[in-house]
Design a protein around this ligand. Structure first.
Ligand SMILES: Nc1ncnc2c1ncn2[C@@H]1O[C@H](COP(=O)(O)OP(=O)(O)OP(=O)(O)O)[C@@H](O)[C@H]1O
Length: 320
């Protein structure tokens, strides 16, 4: 659905995007995460045709978004991070205005607006002035507006910023429903916890580059294999140590009491094989587990620039 290649953008001498690459498959609910100032809004504004890059390509559903901005507008709906000022417009008038921007007038525009306002939970607010709505309601209205031409791809820039926890959860449910209806969705946030349970895919941007991307399963698997193996030995520690030293997938070994802490690059199959070899060598084992790791910890490591090796090895494996 979306392909971004070698995108670059400078503001003055300040380089905001540095060879940004990204791909979103049709049907994904893609979480675009990065710390403040990483370049999320800049990337999204370029995708949406609001800003020109210095170099690079953006393709949305097969259309060149930089050279054909008019054609590509049909393909996506955009929920910006800031809501504009719309004095003296009622909710229904606001929706009908945006419908008219896509060539819908009269009854057709009114019907479409009604359906969408119901869908986002604003059915009873159509006669309210836009400026009288709460922040959460304005965000829902923005979403309804972005859906007016029934696009397949929805781009949302920090849509839950500033919302209270309950409104955040309600907004999340609406996003999930849209995804279940078949929309491809990009949603950005500087909080990974906002997106980790919602999204099918995650891309992490830092200093203008995508430093990690993949499906949630791939990323959780990477977290798993980047954590050390904790092997609790009941009997025959020297044999276990000798065997682990000879094992090519073992990166590091340290011992605390009867516990061996081993950096191990193998997958689940390799873990089984290692356990089998230890047992066959006569080592009595009481425990054999990967230390627990979290997505949040990985995000902090990556964006603190302390885990570049893990990131690179993942990208090598996935061929990105
Ligand atoms: N028009 C502009 N002129 C100058 N600098 C800009 C402009 N727009 C963005 N920047 C700078 O580019 C960097 C990236 O900004 P951007 O808004 O893309 O980050 P972000 O990842 O969306 O951050 P946040 O999570 O805080 O919204 C920031 O340092 C910002 O100050």
């Amino acid at each position: 659905m979306l392909k971004i290649r070698n995108l670059k953008k400078k503001f003055g001498n300040y380089r905001v995007l540095e060879d940004m690459n990204m791909e979103i498959k049709a049907g994904a609910l893609y979480g675009f995460v990065g710390p403040n100032g990483a370049g999320k809004t800049t990337t999204i504004r370029i995708m949406s045709g609001l800003l020109l890059p210095d170099a690079g390509e953006v393709e949305i559903d097969g259309v060149d978004a930089i050279r054909e901005p008019e054609r590509v507008k049909e393909k996506f709906g955009y929920v910006p991070d800031h809501f504009g000022v719309y004095d003296n417009l009622k909710v229904s008038e606001y929706m009908e205005f945006f419908a008219s921007c896509y060539g819908m007038e009269g009854l057709k525009a009114r019907k479409r607006a009604e359906i969408l306002l119901e869908q986002v939970g604003l059915g009873d607010k159509r006669d309210f002035f836009v400026d009288s709505l709460s922040r959460g309601m304005k965000q829902r209205l923005c979403l309804a507006r972005a859906l007016i031409h029934d696009p397949q791809f929805l781009i949302m820039d920090e849509p839950t910023a500033g919302l209270d926890p309950r409104t955040r959860l309600e907004f999340r449910d609406t996003v999930q429903e849209l995804h279940e209806q078949g929309k491809t969705i990009l949603i950005s946030s500087h909080l990974l916890s906002d997106l980790s349970e919602l999204c099918t895919d995650i891309g992490i941007i830092d200093s203008g580059k995508l430093v990690l991307s993949g499906t949630m399963d791939q990323i959780m698997n990477q977290i798993h294999t980047s954590r050390p193996l904790i092997i609790t030995v009941q009997e025959n520690l020297p044999t276990a140590m000798q065997l682990l030293k000879e094992e090519v997938l073992v990166r590091t070994i340290s011992v605390r009491d009867q516990e061996i802490v081993a950096g191990f690059d193998g997958d689940a199959e390799a873990e089984c094989e290692l356990l089998r070899r230890l047992v066959e060598a006569g080592v009595k084992i009481r425990g054999f587990v990967r230390e627990a790791g979290s997505l949040e910890a990985l995000f902090m490591q990556i964006t603190n620039h302390q885990k570049e090796r893990v990131v690179l090895s993942y990208e090598d494996e996935s061929g990105l």
